[in-house]
Ligand binder design. Sequence first.
Ligand code: MN
Length: 294
Amino acid sequence: MSDRYPNPIGVHGLVWAGSWSENEARFAIEQSAAAGYDVIELLMMDPLSMDVERTRRLLDEYGMKASASLGLAPDTDVSSDDPDVVAAGRRVLSDALSVATDLGLVYLGGVVFGALNKYSAPVTARGRANSIEAVRVLSENGAKAGIPIGLEIVNRYESNLLNTAAQAMDYIQEVGSDNLFVHLDSYHMNIEENDMFQAVLTCGDRLGYVHIGEGHRGYLGTGTVDFHGLFRGMAHIGYTGPITFESFSSAVVDPGLSYTLAIWRNLWSDNVDLARHARGFIDAQVRSAARLQA
Ligand code: MN
C-alpha cells in the first residue's frame, strides 16, 4: 500500500500466466511484488482446481495479498430459469467462497450473478429472481467469512443482466446485503456508461473494487478510456478500496477466460514492461485526482 494514499493497487494474474503451476504462480506473484503491486487477482473460474496451500505459501513468501474473480458459465448460470443449472451455479459460488476463505482473500467477485457469456435474449423475471437469491446467499456467507463480494459490471456482450452502475445499485438494493459491492471496470464502462465520473458517484460507498483496463485491453493510456473522469470520481467519493490493473493479450492465454472475452489480438508481449507502466500510470492518476479534490 502506498504511503500517500489508502488504495491497495492490484494486478490481474493473467498479465503474467495462463495457468497456475508452481513455476507460473511463483513468477506471477514475484513479478507483481517486484512491479510494486500490493494485490494479485487470481482467476477462479474453476475454484476447486486452485492449489490453496501452495498459493498461500507463495503469497506469504512475497508479502502479497490476493483477490479473486470468476465468471459463471452457461451450464452454471444462476440467472437461468432451469433449477438444475442454478443449483450447479450455486455450488460453484459456494466452492469459490470456500477457497477464498482458505486463501484469506481480500475480495471475491466477478460475474457471479449470471454467466459470462453473450446472450441471445434478455434475462427473464424468474432468472433475475434466481440470480438475486443466489447472490444473497453468497453475500451472507461472504460476510460470515469476512470477504466482501463484488458484482463486476460488464458490457452487453458479456451479460444480459447488469451492464451499468445504476442497474447494479438497483440489484444490490433488491439483494439487501451489506456485504455486496459494485465492481466497476473501465473497459466495460467505456462501452456502457454515459459518464465515468457520474457512474462512480452513482455507486458511492457501495463501490468495492475497480478494474483499470484500456478500451482495447492493452497498455493504459493508449486507447480511448476517460481515466481522468474515473479517477476524479474515485477521489470525489473518497474511495479507499482496491484498484486493479487488468489487461489481456493473446500472448498469455487461459482458454476458459481469454476465449470468452474474445482476446484475439496480441496487444503486448513484454508483460514486465506492461505491468510496470500500468503501476506508474495508476499512481499518477490517483495522485492527480487527489490534488484536484484537495
Ligand atoms: Mn474486469
